[in-house]
Design a protein around this ligand. Structure first.
Ligand code: PLP
Length: 362
């Protein structure tokens, strides 16, 4: 198995020894022990600070997709109306997920290289479609773009839409997320992006309104949220919790909060700005269109003409650098430099970009 000296993939990000070590111990029998419940509660509180929410934070064993599915299945029934705001692969994906549950889906679509912008269009869609849920992605990892949740939250409130579902998987811990102030009912994350813990835990904030709806829907399944409503109070989890994974997530949150949320976000912004400047100086073209908000956690760049991604990727790997390829319609056309979590490090990014420059021009 190959390993790389300079990891620049936008998740899973490289895990520090300190975080790995937090899980390299044997614990007791998880849900039968108060210690686990305390660890779970404390981790949830720290995640709440990072997402700026006072709502319950649920932590599940799995990765981002688990929480994404769990929240949809737990709060929607066949026939429910879901308004999907899409600026990319994950945005569209949510529409497909809701459709597979039998929901009526309407998509307000923008270009993959754009940020949500036409609020009159979004407002008209809310008024006309009267959705039960609005979905959106705060940070479209494949496109390297950010979307403003605040504006959508305001519209959600204005029209009394019951649920706002926000995939913030690659933004939490690397960008400003104000789940409560933005009226988010489900703010969804995973351990392997900006928190730089192993790809093992999913988490989400759940608003009181969302809990009411979850209770009404009554979905039962491995990914169901309902059992988490009483898990802490009753010391009873729906399956054996992953003690080591929770401990690693706990350590990752603690490291982040010790550094300071604002400082961490400023570090991501500084590194992202440097990255964008350097790739443009090399003659490369950024993927986000003019006017789109570039992501502070991942930079998406067009594969240069006359070169295939497979070739560029192989040459970078030969020099110890691994960057991210892409998916769907962006596969082979756009590659990504993941500067999130441990990788939001100016020296590391500089090293990676020096190698990229050498590979292209050297
Ligand atoms: N949402 C976004 C925006 C992502 O970038 C990803 C992963 O790349 C996910 C959801 C899914 O997360 P995971 O792969 O950790 O399940």
């Amino acid at each position: 198995m190959k390993t790389y000296k300079i990891p620049m993939v936008p998740g899973p990000t490289s895990v520090s020894h300190e975080v790995l070590e937090a899980g390299m111990v044997n614990f007791g029998s998880a849900d039968l022990e108060r210690d686990y419940v305390d660890l779970y509660v404390e981790t949830g509180k720290m995640l709440g600070k990072i997402m700026q929410t006072e709502h319950t934070v649920v932590i599940q064993t799995g990765e981002g997709m688990l929480a994404l599915w769990g929240a949809l299945k737990s709060s929607l029934r066949a026939g429910d109306r879901v308004l999907v705001l899409s600026t990319g692969l994950f945005g569209y994906g949510m529409g497909e997920m809701a459709e597979s549950l039998g929901c009526k889906v309407r998509i307000v679509e923008f270009g993959f290289d754009e940020t949500l912008h036409d609020y009159a269009l979004i407002e008209a869609a809310i008024r006309d479609f009267q959705p039960k849920m609005i979905t959106m992605v705060q940070n479209e990892t494949p496109s390297g773009t950010m979307n403003p949740v605040e504006e959508v939250g305001r519209l959600k409130e204005k029209y009394g839409v019951p649920l706002l579902y926000v995939d913030a998987v690659s933004g939490i811990g690397g960008s400003v997320v104000k789940a409560d102030e933005w009226h988010v009912d489900f703010c969804l994350g995973g351990s392997q992006k900006c928190l730089s813990a192993p790809a093992s835990m999913a988490f989400l904030s759940v608003s009181p309104r969302a809990w009411e709806i979850i209770g009404e829907v009554g979905y039962a399944g491995y990914d169901a949220l309902l059992p988490y409503r009483t898990a802490v109070e009753q010391s009873y989890f729906p399956y054996t919790p992953y003690w080591q994974g929770t401990a690693q997530l706990h350590r990752a949150c603690r490291l982040l909060l010790e550094e300071g949320l604002e400082k961490v976000i400023a570090r991501h912004e500084k590194v992202a700005e440097y990255c964008r400047k350097r790739v443009q100086e090399m003659g490369l073209r950024l993927y986000p269109a003019a006017g789109a908000v570039p992501s502070p956690t991942v930079t998406a760049v067009y594969v240069p003409e006359g070169m295939t991604w497979a070739d560029l990727d192989a040459r970078l790997r030969d020099r110890g650098v691994v960057m991210g390829g892409n998916y769907g319609c962006l596969a082979g056309k756009v590659f990504r430099i993941g500067h999130m979590g441990t990788q939001a490090n100016l020296n590391l990014v500089k090293e990676a970009l020096d190698v990229l420059e050498e590979t292209l021009h050297g």
